[in-house]
Write a protein that binds this ligand. Sequence first.
Ligand code: BGC
Length: 382
Amino acid sequence: MKKKLLCLVLTAAVGMTMFAACTSSENIPDETTAGTTAAAGNNGGSDESKDTEAVAVGKKVGVSMPTKDLQRWNQDGANMEEQLKAAGYDVDLQFASNDVNTQVSQIEAMINGGCDVLVIAAIEGDSLGTVLGMAKEQNIPVIAYDRLIMNSDAVTYYATFDNEMVGTKQGEYIRDQLDLDNAAGPFNLEITTGDPGDNNAKFFYKGAMDVLQPYIDSGKLVVKSGQVDFDKVATDSWSTENAQNRADTIISANYTDGSNIDAWLCSNDSTAYGVANSLTNNYTGNWPIITGQDCDILNVKNMIAGKQSMSIFKDTRTLASKVVEMVNAILSGSEPPINDTTTYDNGAYVVPSYLCEPVFADKDNYKELLIDSGYYTEADLA
Ligand code: BGC
């Protein structure tokens, strides 16, 4: 019975994984339409499922997520729990309220509570060295989930989306929409990125700025606030409120003279939401191009309403299924899925990684990406 259920879930996962265009070529096409947020590791047919069940028996996986405040981590946590349980594991899932000390004590409790593998999305990449030292002493493998854990050789593998590609897609979108290579300009740009303690934020920023910086240098893009460097445009905790407050200040200091903001590069949806709120409250010019990432429900609604131009869809079901594959591989002593061994140096070593491919989303393709795949229902977005 359990096996049958697992097979069903696996079949759905294969369909969804294909759809989300993970960079892996090992996913097998399947006619099944995706229609549930439940998805498990796409590691094949019933023999392997049986093996997976055998591997999972009596094994516990600790899953440490940063916060319940942002939609995506709730989804990540729920998908991980669902998929790990479907594969037969016990799961200890914890959310740390964006508080580093809470995350450290939750991880300690997971280690002391007998977890066999830890899956961690760090609040601050640099703050887990000591507790992961404990994990290493007890030979507990650690998978860094979405965000790289820095300066620790206790990190076994890293599973994420191609973070630099996220930024590249955002920068290219602004370049193409403003037609920067042909239009006379100049155009006004403002920039909002993420939490300085999150290694991903630097990758998003770099990917976008590699595209946009040459136009800033040539004067085609003007940043009237003068705030361009990473430290100046970062947003503590990726908070909507912090992004909104900074946007308030930028707008009142630079854009109350009737000048337009042509584009606002936002690294993710929570910051894009804050910027859009600020524009709604304080700005009377033409609505700018606003980028984002995650396809959070509020932001998809903003896209539909014309208040956000694009987002990046990172199908958390796909990431979870890769991590379940990694857990299975670690516990069965086989090769985990890895497709990048050069990019993610965490200061201790280059962590073998699996990068899923982020997908461009806007008001024209969100239905196909998000509703047809079962990620959201129509009602979620109404
Ligand atoms: C994730 C993004 C997310 C951000 C804020 C990053 O580490 O990769 O998807 O928007 O954190 O939670």
